[in-house]
Design a protein around this ligand. Sequence first.
Ligand SMILES: CC(C)(COP(=O)(O)OP(=O)(O)OC[C@H]1O[C@@H](n2cnc3c(N)ncnc32)[C@H](O)[C@@H]1OP(=O)(O)O)[C@@H](O)C(=O)NCCC(=O)NCCS
Length: 313
Amino acid sequence: MKGEKCPKPRIYRIRFAVRLVQLFATVNRHIFCEMANWKEKENKMSKISIRDVTYENIEDLCSVCIPPDKRNDPKFIAGIEEKREWAIEMLRLWDAFAKLAYEESAVVGFIQYEPVLKEGVVRIHCIYVPEEEHWRKGIARQLVSGLLEEMKKPKAWFNNQPVLALVTKTFPGEKPGQYPAHSFFIKEGFKQAGEDPDLLYYPLKEGFVYQPLEEKEVEYIPQEEDKGKGLIIYGPSFCPFAYAFLKMTEQAIKEIAPGIPIRWIDKSKEPEEVKKRGYFEGCVVNAKPIMSFTDLRTRDRTRTCKKGRKPHN
Ligand SMILES: CC(C)(COP(=O)(O)OP(=O)(O)OC[C@H]1O[C@@H](n2cnc3c(N)ncnc32)[C@H](O)[C@@H]1OP(=O)(O)O)[C@@H](O)C(=O)NCCC(=O)NCCS
C-alpha cells in the first residue's frame, strides 16, 4: 500500500541477528570442544616419559609386548630369553637401540632401531603400543620424536656425520582393532621407498631420497643329514613372538608328518651348524626350506620360502 512501510526488512534483520548469534554459539562450542580435547590429550601426554633402554630397564623391553596372561607360558618365556640375548648384544654393539615409553612407572610402548652403516640410515625394526587403554595418547608420536631428536646429534656410528634418514619396513603385527604401523608412519610423514609399499623412509637431510640397496638373500645350503628330518634354526631375536611362531610351525610339521624327528639348532650355541647351512634361519623339512609362521605373519613379499631372513647390516 502506498505510504505504508513494508515490515519485511525488519523481520529479515531480526532473523539475520538470530542466525548470527546461533553461528557465534556454534563456533564457540567447537572452539571450546577442540580446546577441551587438546587439553585432555596434553594432560595424557604429560604423564608419558620416554627413556632409552639400558641394562637397568632391559627387562621392560623384553616383556612389554607379551600379554600378561602369557608371561608364564614356556613358549613366551623362551621368546623373552631370546629377546634378552638380542638386546644385550645390541647394547654392546650400538649403545642406543631402543626407547621405552612409561606412564608413571608402567611401561606402555617402545621403538627399536639399528644403524645401517653402509646406507647411513637408521632402520626402525618395530614400534608398538600394546594395550588399548594407551592408544591414541600420542605415545608412538613421542617415541618417534625422541628418536628424531637423538638422530639430530652427531653419531659415532657414522663417523659423526648426520643420519640421512629413518627407514622402516612395516609388517602387520597389530591386534584386531589396533592401528597399523604402516598407516601410522604415513600419517607421521614417512614416504614409500622404491617399489615396495611396506618400505618407508623419513629423510633427515634435505632433499635426500632413499634408494634401498639390493639385499643379498640368504639361501639354505641343503645337507644330506637334513633329509627325512624337520629342522628349526633359530636364535636371538628382536621379537619375543618369533619363538612361539616356530613352536607353532613345529606343531604343524608334526601334524603333517607324524613321527618325523625335529631338530632345533640355536645359532648362538651351534654357529658351525648354521654356517654350513648358509646362515639360513627358519624351518627346513626333508632338506627343503618351508615358510614358518613368522614368515607368513611378516608377509615379506620379497622373500620366497627358499630364502632365509636377511641380515640387517
Ligand atoms: C601404530 C601405533 C604404534 C600407534 O600408537 P599410538 O601411541 O596409539 O599413536 P599416537 O597416539 O602417537 O598417534 C599418532 C597419530 O597416528 C594416527 N593414529 C593413531 N591411531 C589412530 C587411529 N586409531 N585412528 C586413526 N589415526 C590414528 C593419528 O594421525 C595420530 O595423530 P592424532 O592423534 O594427532 O590425530 C599402535 O597403534 C600400534 O602399536 N599398532 C601396532 C603396530 C605394529 O603392528 N607393530 C609391530 C608389532 S611388533
